[in-house]
Design a protein around this ligand. Structure first.
Ligand code: HEM
Length: 147
Protein backbone atom coordinates (compact mmCIF):
# COMPACT_ATOMS: atom_id res chain seq x y z
CA UNK A 1 0.00 0.00 0.00
CA UNK A 2 3.06 2.27 -0.10
CA UNK A 3 2.67 2.97 -3.82
CA UNK A 4 1.53 6.44 -4.81
CA UNK A 5 0.48 6.09 -8.44
CA UNK A 6 0.23 8.81 -11.07
CA UNK A 7 -3.53 8.56 -10.73
CA UNK A 8 -3.31 8.93 -6.93
CA UNK A 9 -1.11 12.01 -7.38
CA UNK A 10 -3.52 13.63 -9.81
CA UNK A 11 -6.39 12.95 -7.46
CA UNK A 12 -4.56 14.43 -4.46
CA UNK A 13 -3.58 17.53 -6.42
CA UNK A 14 -7.17 18.01 -7.53
CA UNK A 15 -8.53 17.66 -4.01
CA UNK A 16 -5.70 19.84 -2.76
CA UNK A 17 -6.69 22.63 -5.13
CA UNK A 18 -10.22 22.61 -3.78
CA UNK A 19 -9.41 22.19 -0.07
CA UNK A 20 -6.20 24.04 0.33
CA UNK A 21 -4.27 25.90 -2.37
CA UNK A 22 -7.05 28.20 -3.38
CA UNK A 23 -8.03 28.95 0.17
CA UNK A 24 -6.88 31.83 2.29
CA UNK A 25 -4.08 31.54 4.82
CA UNK A 26 -6.61 31.61 7.67
CA UNK A 27 -8.12 28.37 6.44
CA UNK A 28 -4.73 26.68 6.03
CA UNK A 29 -3.82 27.69 9.57
CA UNK A 30 -7.13 26.37 10.87
CA UNK A 31 -6.67 23.02 9.13
CA UNK A 32 -3.02 22.66 10.15
CA UNK A 33 -4.00 23.66 13.69
CA UNK A 34 -6.67 20.96 13.76
CA UNK A 35 -4.15 18.38 12.50
CA UNK A 36 -1.60 19.22 15.23
CA UNK A 37 -4.34 19.32 17.87
CA UNK A 38 -5.38 15.83 16.81
CA UNK A 39 -1.71 14.70 16.88
CA UNK A 40 -1.23 16.03 20.44
CA UNK A 41 -4.45 14.32 21.52
CA UNK A 42 -3.19 10.92 20.30
CA UNK A 43 0.53 11.52 20.98
CA UNK A 44 0.68 13.86 24.01
CA UNK A 45 4.47 13.63 24.20
CA UNK A 46 4.79 15.37 20.81
CA UNK A 47 3.48 18.66 22.22
CA UNK A 48 6.68 19.53 24.09
CA UNK A 49 8.60 19.71 20.80
CA UNK A 50 6.74 22.92 19.95
CA UNK A 51 7.42 24.93 23.10
CA UNK A 52 9.74 27.29 21.18
CA UNK A 53 6.85 28.24 18.89
CA UNK A 54 4.49 28.69 21.85
CA UNK A 55 2.22 25.69 21.45
CA UNK A 56 0.83 26.53 24.90
CA UNK A 57 -0.63 29.69 23.36
CA UNK A 58 -2.25 28.36 20.18
CA UNK A 59 -3.58 31.81 19.26
CA UNK A 60 -0.16 33.42 19.40
CA UNK A 61 1.61 34.81 16.35
CA UNK A 62 4.50 32.43 16.97
CA UNK A 63 2.32 29.34 16.82
CA UNK A 64 0.39 30.63 13.81
CA UNK A 65 3.65 31.24 11.99
CA UNK A 66 4.73 27.68 12.75
CA UNK A 67 1.47 26.35 11.32
CA UNK A 68 1.94 28.47 8.19
CA UNK A 69 5.48 27.10 7.73
CA UNK A 70 4.30 23.50 7.96
CA UNK A 71 1.25 24.16 5.76
CA UNK A 72 3.36 25.81 3.07
CA UNK A 73 5.93 22.99 3.33
CA UNK A 74 3.24 20.44 2.63
CA UNK A 75 1.72 22.61 -0.07
CA UNK A 76 5.08 22.66 -1.85
CA UNK A 77 5.45 18.88 -1.69
CA UNK A 78 2.03 18.28 -3.20
CA UNK A 79 2.63 20.82 -5.94
CA UNK A 80 5.93 19.09 -6.76
CA UNK A 81 4.35 15.67 -7.21
CA UNK A 82 4.98 15.84 -10.97
CA UNK A 83 8.61 16.90 -10.62
CA UNK A 84 10.39 13.97 -8.99
CA UNK A 85 13.86 15.53 -8.89
CA UNK A 86 12.83 18.74 -7.16
CA UNK A 87 10.47 16.79 -4.90
CA UNK A 88 13.35 14.56 -3.78
CA UNK A 89 15.47 17.63 -2.99
CA UNK A 90 12.70 19.25 -0.97
CA UNK A 91 12.07 16.00 0.93
CA UNK A 92 15.77 15.71 1.73
CA UNK A 93 15.74 19.33 2.96
CA UNK A 94 12.73 18.68 5.20
CA UNK A 95 14.42 15.51 6.48
CA UNK A 96 17.50 17.54 7.49
CA UNK A 97 15.38 20.19 9.21
CA UNK A 98 13.66 17.51 11.28
CA UNK A 99 16.85 15.60 12.12
CA UNK A 100 18.05 18.86 13.71
CA UNK A 101 15.03 18.89 16.06
CA UNK A 102 15.86 16.40 18.76
CA UNK A 103 12.93 14.26 19.83
CA UNK A 104 11.16 14.12 16.46
CA UNK A 105 10.49 10.45 15.74
CA UNK A 106 9.22 8.25 12.93
CA UNK A 107 6.28 7.39 15.15
CA UNK A 108 5.19 11.05 15.15
CA UNK A 109 5.29 11.10 11.35
CA UNK A 110 3.11 8.00 11.30
CA UNK A 111 0.90 9.79 13.83
CA UNK A 112 0.53 12.99 11.83
CA UNK A 113 -0.46 10.88 8.81
CA UNK A 114 -3.29 9.44 10.89
CA UNK A 115 -4.24 12.94 12.01
CA UNK A 116 -4.44 14.23 8.42
CA UNK A 117 -6.55 11.20 7.57
CA UNK A 118 -8.97 12.08 10.38
CA UNK A 119 -9.12 15.83 9.72
CA UNK A 120 -9.24 16.07 5.91
CA UNK A 121 -12.46 14.11 5.40
CA UNK A 122 -14.10 16.70 7.69
CA UNK A 123 -13.03 19.60 5.48
CA UNK A 124 -13.57 17.95 2.09
CA UNK A 125 -16.63 15.84 1.44
CA UNK A 126 -15.14 13.89 -1.48
CA UNK A 127 -11.76 13.20 0.03
CA UNK A 128 -10.09 10.07 -1.37
CA UNK A 129 -8.56 8.74 1.83
CA UNK A 130 -6.87 5.72 0.24
CA UNK A 131 -5.09 7.84 -2.36
CA UNK A 132 -4.07 10.36 0.31
CA UNK A 133 -2.72 7.67 2.64
CA UNK A 134 -0.68 6.01 -0.10
CA UNK A 135 0.89 9.32 -1.14
CA UNK A 136 1.38 10.75 2.34
CA UNK A 137 3.20 7.62 3.51
CA UNK A 138 5.63 7.98 0.62
CA UNK A 139 6.42 11.58 1.67
CA UNK A 140 6.51 10.99 5.43
CA UNK A 141 8.65 7.87 5.11
CA UNK A 142 11.26 9.85 3.20
CA UNK A 143 11.29 12.81 5.61
CA UNK A 144 11.55 10.56 8.67
CA UNK A 145 13.77 7.82 7.19
CA UNK A 146 16.95 8.92 9.01
CA UNK A 147 15.44 10.16 12.28
C1 HEM B 1 9.41 22.57 11.80
C2 HEM B 1 7.23 20.81 7.85
C3 HEM B 1 5.77 16.95 10.38
C4 HEM B 1 8.21 18.56 14.24
C5 HEM B 1 8.93 22.42 10.52
C6 HEM B 1 9.12 23.38 9.46
C7 HEM B 1 8.53 22.88 8.34
C8 HEM B 1 7.94 21.61 8.70
C9 HEM B 1 8.49 23.52 6.96
C10 HEM B 1 9.87 24.69 9.59
C11 HEM B 1 11.32 24.43 9.44
C12 HEM B 1 12.16 25.63 9.75
O1 HEM B 1 11.84 26.72 9.26
O2 HEM B 1 13.15 25.49 10.48
C13 HEM B 1 6.64 19.60 8.19
C14 HEM B 1 5.84 18.79 7.30
C15 HEM B 1 5.43 17.71 8.02
C16 HEM B 1 5.97 17.85 9.35
C17 HEM B 1 5.56 19.13 5.84
C18 HEM B 1 4.58 16.54 7.59
C19 HEM B 1 4.63 16.02 6.38
C20 HEM B 1 6.31 17.05 11.63
C21 HEM B 1 6.12 16.09 12.69
C22 HEM B 1 6.80 16.54 13.79
C23 HEM B 1 7.42 17.78 13.41
C24 HEM B 1 5.30 14.80 12.59
C25 HEM B 1 6.89 15.93 15.17
C26 HEM B 1 5.81 15.72 15.90
C27 HEM B 1 8.72 19.78 13.92
C28 HEM B 1 9.45 20.62 14.87
C29 HEM B 1 9.77 21.79 14.18
C30 HEM B 1 9.26 21.63 12.80
C31 HEM B 1 9.76 20.28 16.33
C32 HEM B 1 10.50 23.01 14.72
C33 HEM B 1 9.53 23.94 15.44
C34 HEM B 1 10.24 25.23 15.82
O3 HEM B 1 10.35 26.11 14.96
O4 HEM B 1 10.71 25.32 16.95
N1 HEM B 1 8.21 21.36 10.04
N2 HEM B 1 6.69 19.00 9.42
N3 HEM B 1 7.11 18.06 12.10
N4 HEM B 1 8.63 20.41 12.71
FE1 HEM B 1 7.74 19.68 11.06
Amino acid sequence: DDCCSAEDRREIQHIWDTVWSSSFTDRKVAIAGAVFKDLFHHYPSAKGLFERVKVAEPDSGEYHSHLVRVANGLDLLINLFQDTQVLDKQLAHLAEQHILRKGVTQQFFKGIGESFARVFPQVSSCFNLEAWNRCFHTLADRISRDL
